[in-house]
Design a protein around this ligand. Structure first.
Ligand code: SF4
Ligand code: SF4
Length: 223
């Protein structure tokens, strides 16, 4: 899922200060799961903003758009969006941009800082697993991503700086290549490490510019 965290309240207040009617738009998907931009957090943010003296007199509505990256989920909110001078979106960066594209005349203010694609490790703790590089090589690395989880995104073994299985860049994280080694060993597949991965064509990643994906055929089943 996409992991995000809320912006500092001071930054949000500065962005919405000029407006008198504000729609806070929670998003019901990833940011709800990471407890940052869901309905509960939107209501809490609303309560907080109503206490800020700089925003005295502001009217605030809170609505949850199930998925702010999908047009069909906006249909029930036309009246609220029309009513608002500005929208404080609690979606990820994708949701904010799609909202702004659908309503180009409306100021859509981001409430979150979008961080990464990650997994839930514990309550309130997420770690990065994927950078959407466009050419997945997990088959070669025991299901551990060297792009996202090695600090140097190394493809052919460790840098040599790890210590006790921790990364030399940040000892708080595990060395991805130590995990890859341990995983392949457990699977009796260490021979994979003798295979040198060729230089990568990064055009399938961000180096090729903004990407898009179109299914060549989409079948719709109608009852
Ligand atoms: S190799 Fe690429 S697609 Fe696969 S997990 Fe890593 S970043 Fe994501
Ligand atoms: S210590 Fe491990 S994770 Fe850190 S940069 Fe080196 S190989 Fe990558």
């Amino acid at each position: 899922m996409i992991v995000a965290e809320q912006k500092p309240i001071e930054e949000i207040v500065q962005s919405i200060k000029p407006y008198k009617k504000l729609l806070i738009a929670a998003c019901g998907t990833c940011v709800t799961v990471c407890m940052t931009g869901g309905e509960k957090e939107a209501i809490e943010l609303c309560t907080l903003l109503e206490l800020v003296s700089e925003l005295e007199g502001i009217q605030i509505r809170v609505k949850t758009i199930e998925r702010q990256c999908d047009r069909e989920f906006f249909v029930d909110f036309e009246e609220d969006i029309e009513w608002a001078d500005a929208v404080l979106s609690m979606g990820c960066g994708v949701g904010v941009q799609f909202f702004a594209e659908l309503y180009p005349g409306k100021h859509i203010v981001p409430a979150l800082n979008t961080k990464f694609f990650g997994v839930t490790r514990d309550v309130g703790y997420w770690t990065e697993f994927c950078q959407g590089c466009g050419e997945c090589l997990l088959e070669k690395t025991g299901g551990v991503c060297p792009v996202a989880r090695c600090s140097k995104s190394l493809f052919n073994g460790p840098c040599g700086g790890s210590s006790d299985g921790r990364c030399e860049i940040n000892p708080d994280i595990e060395c991805a290549w130590q995990i890859i080694y341990d995983r392949l060993k457990a699977q009796n597949r260490l021979d994979l490490l003798l295979e040198t991965l060729p230089p990568r064509d990064w055009s399938s990643s961000r180096d090729g510019g903004p990407r898009s994906l179109r299914k060549s055929s989409v079948y719709l089943e109608v009852d």
